[in-house]
Design a protein around this ligand. Structure first.
Ligand code: FES
Ligand SMILES: [Fe+2]
Length: 351
C-alpha cells in the first residue's frame, strides 16, 4: 500500500479559525496569513476587533503597512480609512467615496482570549464556534497566549494529535508514559469529531496527583482522551479519579482534570498556526507551577513540530504520505477522512 501526499486539497472555509490572541491585537495592525489568504487584524477605536483582506482596494498596498488612526485602519500609502466592516469611511482630499472603495471583511468573534475569523463566503454561523468547557469558571486555572509556528500542513498536525502512541517515544523526556505503551487505544465518534482514548487502571497516583488531590492511600484510574473536532481543533482530556469510581464528568471534575487545547489554523499548505490553551482544576493560582508547566508544554509541542516539519519535507520530496499502515493509524485515518468529507461538502456549498 502507498498513500500519496496531496497539497492541493482545499481548506474548509465556512468555519471559524483562531486568528490571533486578543493581547496581540492592539495599537498596531497585525498581518497574518490564514488559509492562504492575507489577513490584517486590527482594532477599532471602541476596541472591536476587525479582520480585513490585507490589501487596499486602491493600489493593493497591504493594509498591515498602515496604522490604526482616524477612526479605523488607515492605509499607509494614500490614507484611505476602513472600518471593521470593510467600508471606506474617509479618503484624504475628496468627499465622495466610490462604491468600489471596499476591503473584504471577515466576520470576527472574540472568545477564549482569541480573535476568531470566519473565512467562508456563506453567512457566519456562531453555532460552529469551538467550545471550551469550564473556561472562565471558578476553580479552573487557564494558561493562554500559547502560540507556535509549525512547519507542516495541518493534516500532518492532526495525525500527530490523534496519535497517542507517539508520546511514549517522541516525548520520552516530557509527557511519555512507558506504562501506557501496551494499553490499546479505543476510538469512538463524538458529536463533531472523534476521540481516541485509553484508561490506565488501578495505578498509584503520581506525586503531582497526590499533591493536587487527596487520593488517600488509594490507587487511581487515569484517562487520556485525544479529541478531534472538525475541522481543526484538538484537545487532550486527562482525568485522574479514585480507582473504580464512576467515569462521569462530575467525578472527573472532582478529581484531577486537565484540558489541553490546540486550535490549528492553516497558514499555507505547508505551515500551520498552532494556538494552544491549557485549563486545569488543580494548583489554581500557583504562578511558579504555571511557569514550569508552560515551559514543559512548549518543549513538548516543539518536539512535535520538529517531527511534523521533517515529515512535511519528506512528503514534499517524495509525493508520498505513507507506505505501510499500522493498527495505531485508525484514529488519524478516520480524522483525515472526516476532513476530506468536510472539504468536499464545503466546496459543494461554495459551488
Ligand atoms: S494604496 Fe491604499 S490608499 Fe492608495
Ligand atoms: Fe506529541
Amino acid at each position: 500500500m502507498s498513500l500519496k501526499a496531496d497539497f492541493t486539497q482545499g481548506f474548509v472555509r465556512n468555519q471559524w479559525y483562531a486568528a490571533g490572541w486578543s493581547a496581540e491585537i492592539g495599537a498596531r495592525p497585525l498581518a497574518r496569513r490564514i488559509l492562504d489568504l492575507p489577513v490584517v487584524l486590527f482594532r477599532m477605536p471602541d476596541g472591536t476587533a476587525g479582520a480585513l483582506e490585507d490589501q487596499c482596494p486602491h493600489r493593493l498596498a497591504p493594509l498591515s503597512l498602515g496604522e490604526c488612526a482616524d477612526g479605523g485602519l488607515r492605509c499607509g500609502y494614500h490614507g484611505m480609512v476602513f472600518d471593521h466592516s470593510g467600508a471606506c469611511i474617509s479618503i484624504p482630499g475628496q468627499d465622495v467615496i466610490p462604491p468600489t472603495a471596499r476591503a473584504r471583511a471577515y466576520p470576527t468573534i472574540e472568545r477564549y482570549g482569541l480573535v476568531w475569523v470566519w473565512t467562508g463566503e456563506g453567512a457566519a454561523d456562531e453555532g460552529l464556534m469551538p467550545s471550551v468547557p469550564s473556561y472562565g469558571e471558578a476553580g479552573w486555572e487557564i494558561l493562554e497566549n500559547g502560540y507556535q509556528h509549525h512547519g507542516a500542513n495541518y493534516r500532518i498536525e492532526i495525525e500527530n494529535l490523534m496519535d497517542p502512541a507517539h508520546t511514549t517515544f517522541l516525548h520520552k523526556e516530557t509527557i511519555g508514559n512507558p506504562a501506557a505503551k501496551n494499553i490499546p487505544v479505543e476510538v469512538s465518534r463524538t458529536e463533531h469529531g472523534l476521540k481516541a482514548f485509553r484508561w490506565i487502571e488501578n495505578i498509584p497516583p503520581t506525586p503531582l496527583d497526590r499533591e493536587s488531590r487527596d487520593f488517600g492511600d488509594g490507587r487511581v484510574d487515569r484517562q487520556i482522551a485525544f479529541h478531534f473536532q472538525l475541522p481543526a481543533t484538538s484537545f487532550v482530556d486527562i482525568a485522574v479519579i479514585p480507582a473504580g469510581a464512576e467515569r462521569s464528568d462530575q467525578t472527573m471534575n472532582a478529581g484531577v482534570r486537565t484540558y489541553s487545547y490546540k486550535f490549528l489554523t492553516p497558514e499555507t499548505q505547508s505551515t500551520t498556526h498552532f494556538f494552544w490553551l491549557h485549563i486545569r482544576n488543580f494548583r489554581v493560582g500557583d504562578d511558579a507551577f504555571n511557569t514550569k508547566l508552560r515551559g514543559s508544554l512548549e518543549k513538548t509541542f516543539d518536539e512535535d513540530n520538529v517531527m511534523a516539519s521533517a515529515i512535511q519535507r519528506e512528503q514534499e520530496r517524495t509525493g508520498l504520505r505513507q507506505k505501510t499502515a499500522l493498527a495505531i493509524d485508525r484514529a488519524p485515518m478516520m480524522a483525515l477522512r472526516m476532513i476530506d468529507r468536510m472539504v468536499e461538502e464545503d466546496q459543494a456549498k461554495a459551488a
